[in-house]
Design a protein around this ligand. Structure first.
Ligand code: SME
Length: 165
């Protein structure tokens, strides 16, 4: 059993520092990427308030052999399985290799509504050797839920996971 001390009064920086320690401890030495992504999705869900979806899309291929995102381990409602790289917030993050912080998803051209409750979203690419291998996707029912400290915290997590998923 794993249980974590999550202080509801902690600052975002403290929360991310604690989550990163837990993520390191849970994934260190484990070579199964799916198991690691599953546990990290659970950590995101437990540590971060006001989320309605948290998880991974992995870089895969469509039938034409082109890069496409494919649903990975997550917490939240069942979601879209495949996302072409020219679609949605996740596609933009995977295509550009840059984090996407969206205060109001209804204003984002091409946003894919997997859960009608989502209002804001943060998507951070996970890269290995300069290639995007997955994205971490967080959705919130609260507009402008995410800020630069969330983006920095999730970027640190993405760096940790680079060779663990
Ligand atoms: N909203 C995302 C799709 C994934 S779901 O939010 C889980 C997007 O626009 O890429």
């Amino acid at each position: 059993m794993f249980s974590f001390n999550i202080d509801p009064a902690a600052s975002k920086a403290e929360l991310y520092a604690e989550m990163l320690k837990a993520a390191d401890a849970l994934t260190e030495g484990e070579t199964d990427g799916v198991a690691n992504m599953a546990n990290i999705a659970s950590l995101l869900w437990q540590f971060l308030p006001n989320l309605n979806w948290a998880g991974f899309y992995r870089m895969g291929r469509n039938v034409a052999g082109e890069d496409e995102l494919v649903l990975g381990p997550f917490q939240g409602k069942a979601a879209c399985i495949r996302i072409p790289l020219d679609k949605g917030v996740c596609g933009a993050a995977a295509r550009s290799g840059k984090a996407q912080l969206v205060d109001e998803v209804h204003a984002f051209p091409g946003h894919i509504a997997c859960d009608a409750d989502s209002r804001s979203e943060l998507v951070v690419p996970v890269s290995r050797g300069g290639t995007v291998i997955a994205v971490i996707d967080l959705d919130s029912p609260v507009p402008a839920r995410f800020d630069d400290s969330d983006a920095a915290g999730i970027a640190a997590l993405a760096t940790l996971l680079s060779d663990r998923i």
